[in-house]
Unconditional design. Sequence first.
Length: 585
Amino acid sequence: MKKFLMFAALTLGAASAAPFVYPAAWFADPASQAKSGGEVRGTTLSDYKTLNPFTSAEANSLPQLMGDLTAGLFQQDPTSGDFIPFMAAAMPTVSNGGKRFTVKLRPDMKFSDGQPITADDWVTTYKIDVDDKVGSNARDSFFLNEKPITVKKIDATTLQFDFPAVSASAYSIMSYAPWPDHVFGPVYAKSGAEGIKAMWGISADPKTIVSPGAWVITSYQPGQRVVLKKNTYYGQWVHDSAGKPLPYLDTYSIRIVKDLNADLAAYLSGQTDVYAPTKADDLAQIKKAIDGGNLKSVLVPNVSPNSTSSWIVFNWNKSDDLFKQKIFREAKFRQAMSHIANREGMIQLALGGLGTPVYTSTYPVFKNYQFADTPKFEYNLAAASKLLSDIGFKKKNAAGYLVDASGKELSFTLATNSGNTVREQLGSIFRDEAKKVGVKVNFTPIDFNNLVDQLTSKGANRPFDAILLGLSGGTNIWPYGNNVVPCGTNLHSYNAPANGACLTPQETLMTKLYYQGDQTLDVAARQKIGQQLSKVEGQLQPVIYLVGTNFHVTYTNRLGGEFKRNLWDAYYGTRPGVFVTTYIK
């Protein structure tokens, strides 16, 4: 699911040179007490794959930290959900029946190398993203039902967006980060997609990296640490309500940890400033450390459900193993796998009782898109056995595993990313439950980057059986992923032939409903379309959704600059952007 994180902004007059100002009313602390300087210390579980914004697919990538989370034309106001201008100078002029948006850019914005940010940067970013030879994860955002959205430069400070149809997601779509035309444009003009894909690899010199957002990379040690410094030019047009430039911090450092246990240990020992707890045991250890005076931190459990879920996807494109391909394409098989998933057991054992069962791609935090009539194949081993019998697996071999009439064993390999102890537990629970009904699951944690490469591969013979991973993000406007639901999109991960074609009538209907809902501006009518889409998705079970974590918040007392408590949730978070308004107390 293409991730759009929306944060607060203030409506400004057209073409004003005044800086963007974060409103004081949103924050727990007065801006007058904020201090400038210092370092915030974070972590990441998986090493980074690239510095290239056009080839990066994983959440919390370095390009996302530099661009998507701190740059964009519009953002959402967490108090109302309304879109308001950020890099845009004002809300756009809308014409052509709601399909054309003319946007004036905020003047005097600059990249981290001091070059001005202009309309050319948005246009070049768009051109590279929509080039299918580049393979950008953002490409699907610029198409509605296979018809392109176009982005045109009117002049240096004016953009024109033309949509093929009205779209409830228009402001989200337009809110992509602009990457520098003066860096990428000449390479793309000379060498096309191959030139772009060769740029900004993980071994690139940090001095060559240019950022449009709050942070820019200053050093990277593979497997150890990344250091980002603030983009001082960002602070020329983004201020707090006391007039100080943002971000306050000088440095954002990220320690690369080997697993979730190491992540927690670093936080408990005071070596990092933020942690994302997922389990009751995490919360208990943090509370114990706080109560014992060994950790000076804020801890707020169960703020909301998270805008994320774990899931299992089966590969429908296995031309080298037609036996498995046939099984994976069978809806009754996937429904049986959903019955095998002991979601309550997963919540208790892997999440310590703090989580929510998930049955479709719309996360529980999006309450207006949870429907009672969505099919739910809940934990029921007898029902799973019946469905497997229906598709020919009626007997077991000497090892206790189901076989078909020819004696072919029902088995597959399930992979997840090594080091993520929660996913490793989820996979182990699923494997053990599957064995009870005679399904052999070879559960294998592997390197995260290899896993992503497998998941995003295309063609008739993709290199995996099943993958356990997670997605996060989406919007509260239309929370079905534009690069997940429609056929041919980048994360339509169960069926990804080279031509992007739908395989089943249900896929075709889901694609149709996705675009129909997105083109429906009336909220109630759009929700009814979502109800129908969720019903089709629930019956097809193209992805077996498992559980979602709850959103728990903890950070050290060193940090200030968070939203008022009543604004906290998993969608908007606890503070704007990536530490944009955070300061060291």
